[in-house]
Design a binder for this molecule. Sequence first.
Ligand code: AMP
Ligand code: GLY
Length: 422
Amino acid sequence: MRIMVVGGGGREHAIIKKIKENKSVEKIYALPGNGGIARDAECVAIGAKDIDGIVAFAKENKIDYAIVAPDDPLVLGAVDALEAVGIPCFGPRANAAIIEGSKVFSKNLMKKYNIPTAQYEVFTDVESALEYLKTAPIPTVIKADGLALGKGVIIAMTRDEAMDAVRSMMLDKVFGKSGDSIVIEEFLTGPEVSVLSFTDGKVVVPMVSSMDHKRARDNDEGLNTGGMGTIAPNPYYTPEIAAECMEKIFIPTMNAMNAEGRTFKGCLYFGLMLTEKGPKVIEYNCRFGDPETQVVLPLLKSDLLTVMQATTNETLADTEVEFDGGAACCVIMASDGYPTAYEKGYEITIPDTVADSVYVAGAEIKDGVLVNSGGRVLGVTAVAPTLRGAIADAYGKVDMVKFGNSYCRRDIGARALLALED
Ligand code: AMP
Ligand code: GLY
């Protein structure tokens, strides 16, 4: 089979490495991929948002199956466009990808179908939003409606901060049109859990749970980032909580999308907060999470391509989706200074002995040498029978990967270990 993967980060690298395990795969293209992915797939310089370019490439190169991994092309309708020329895809159509593409849509969906989430109000004009904030409970959470590179959520600890956030989204348009509508919602507390799931619109099959570490520095200090590391499974996500989520969140969400005529097929990501009043949805994503994928897929024992095709063909109920009983840890290595100012162009050395465990996110090949081109450069994953073992192995491998100014958190998984010992 000839496979095309749209996207070019660590998540796509993890998907590609897993897909390669299937013997029927003869060729994998990555659009655009990156310098590190080039070890495992043929990278093609077509951007993930260039829908016409993606479709033309897929037709010309007789692609048998396409995997659209990032949010932007899904929301822009890449799957609809590929299906229109007869290419089967993994990923939701645009009318279902809206579950991530519009926070107003997803909040209203949850309200309509009684899916537990933070209380909220929607605003389309700045005056009403500011008026509401005069008496709203503080802290509060301000969210731009549309995609905002993962930065459209502001947790305001004071009333002034909340008002500034509203003005910057609605008047200064820091996130462009994504700030035309905003959601102001209740501030929730509790452990966060990421649950990725496969769904074909008939059944929803959760993958092993995981925990992201979003802050830049140890002890959850520093700025929010795209994710500095992950572990799986998440110890807070007990079998009892999993059963409650299945009943109150996962199945109701799948049914709600069907009822709206927006059947979701692909990977539906549930960002959950385990509050004192039970699990609540913080966010939906219409795709695999990054860097959650880098711990979830290495634990998948079943064949990923087979599961993906079952999702497309609506035969997921008859397909085995099995996970390893062990644990995984992924540590992100960044160029120090990320997520603000950081330098590019440092040569990256990845010994062959650890290459299989490295998922490259931001690197390019310059004059034959792999150099960093992004702030989050790569992730190093280890799988072991225990979480403690996975963490130790991941850091052991991290110390073998070298590039100038490299930085990583040293406490990925520490909180999870504490939770396990409680
Ligand atoms: P997102 O960019 O949607 O992943 O949100 C970023 C982070 O903001 C989440 O992972 C949560 O930690 C936090 N967050 C979002 N909504 C809320 C909320 N209602 N209450 C507390 N924290 C939240
Ligand atoms: N790790 C969170 C996300 O992929 O959005």
